[in-house]
Design a protein around this ligand. Structure first.
Ligand code: RUB
Length: 321
């Protein structure tokens, strides 16, 4: 039917679900761009090309199929909200234009926010610092790269991040930025904290109480960092702020397939045991020293004020049928 999402949307949704496209900020820009591609496709063919209501319905359907891919990174619904709430016009061409313009504005804003927060995060790092990273966060990398651009000499201890080993991506990108990297297994983190001056992580969502939802293992790292007296910051653009937590909702933690944890042969050998694979965890605000955003740095407990200011109107669902 005409409300079936176009091929580029189905491909983006599939790539997000399989984690070919991953990381909260990257997911957000890919989702917005998929909406723009949907608008172009819908304006060019079938019933949606001549019927503004059908066009709008196809945009909502595209939004739903993107929304259903992964549950934890709020940047995804925030991106869909940004674009779909700006969809306006009497004709299909006006609607199409508004979606394409909103997508371009969103992606520009995302890039600018990352550059701006990178400067703020870099100011927290000193010349000669060693940082520890977890997973692969473009927001966290922006802070380290900006520090290097400020002329600071930075080295990194990079946690591999089981089970998907996103630490390898971080290691490669830091190496390309001229940062000497030491890769370690996750369970070596506490031992290496003695050699580290700052922990830098990203976020998939930030809750109204300042809780940071990020890759599984972040909370244990934060507790260990506190015990060792090592400061830890979360680098998170404001699209990571989770508006529904303002009204008491909790953030859903994605549970992924057990095959990411254990191969089929080992699984068969081991027999009747449970295997669980949560992708994210929650770091309580008291274990996080700062949330670094494009609007400056915040103690986690005060992030709610920024959240009210930016998402005061709450969590609309412009993709709903
Ligand atoms: C990625 C992850 C990242 C955040 C922030 O998890 O936890 O730290 O998404 O990334 P996954 P960014 O690999 O499961 O998507 O700063 O790029 O938004």
């Amino acid at each position: 039917t005409d409300t079936e999402p176009a091929a580029p949307v189905r491909e983006t949704a599939e790539s997000i679900a399989t984690m070919e496209i991953r990381g909260a900020a990257t997911i957000a820009s890919a989702a917005a761009e998929a909406l723009a591609e949907q608008a172009e496709a819908a304006a060019a063919s079938g019933e949606t090309a001549s019927d503004p209501a059908a066009f709008r319905a196809s945009m909502r359907a595209a939004g739903r199929s993107l929304r259903e891919t992964r549950p934890t990174a709020v940047s995804l619904p925030n991106a869909l909200r940004y674009v779909l709430q700006r969809m306006e016009g009497e004709t299909v061409d006006e609607l199409r234009r508004s979606v394409v313009d909103a997508t371009e504005a969103f992606v520009r804003q995302l890039d600018r926010a990352q550059d701006d927060l990178g400067q703020v995060g870099a100011n927290r790092l000193a010349d000669g610092d060693t940082v520890m990273t977890h997973c692969h966060s473009t927001d966290a990398l922006a802070c380290i790269e900006a520090a290097v651009e400020q002329g600071k000499s930075i080295s990194a201890v990079v946690k591999e991040t089981r089970p998907r080993q996103q630490g390898h991506i971080t290691a490669e990108q830091l190496r390309d930025a001229g940062v000497p990297v030491t890769l370690i297994v996750d369970s070596a983190a506490r031992r290496y904290l003695d050699e580290v001056d700052h922990v830098v992580v990203g976020a998939d969502s930030i809750a109204a109480d300042g809780g940071v939802i990020n890759k599984i293992g972040t909370s244990g790292l934060a507790v260990n960092a506190r015990e060792r007296g090592v400061p830890i910051m979360t680098a998170a653009q404001t699209i990571k702020l989770h508006p529904e937590t303002l009204t008491g909702h909790t953030v859903e933690i994605e549970m992924r397939d057990e095959s990411e944890v254990i191969g089929s042969e080992a699984r068969e050998e081991i027999g009747e045991i449970a295997v669980e694979n949560p992708a994210f965890d929650v770091t309580p605000p008291r274990y996080m020293d700062a949330i670094v955003t494009e609007h400056g740095q915040f103690p986690p407990e005060s992030i709610v004020a920024l959240m009210r200011e930016l998402f005061g109107e709450g969590a609309a669902e412009p993709w709903a049928e």
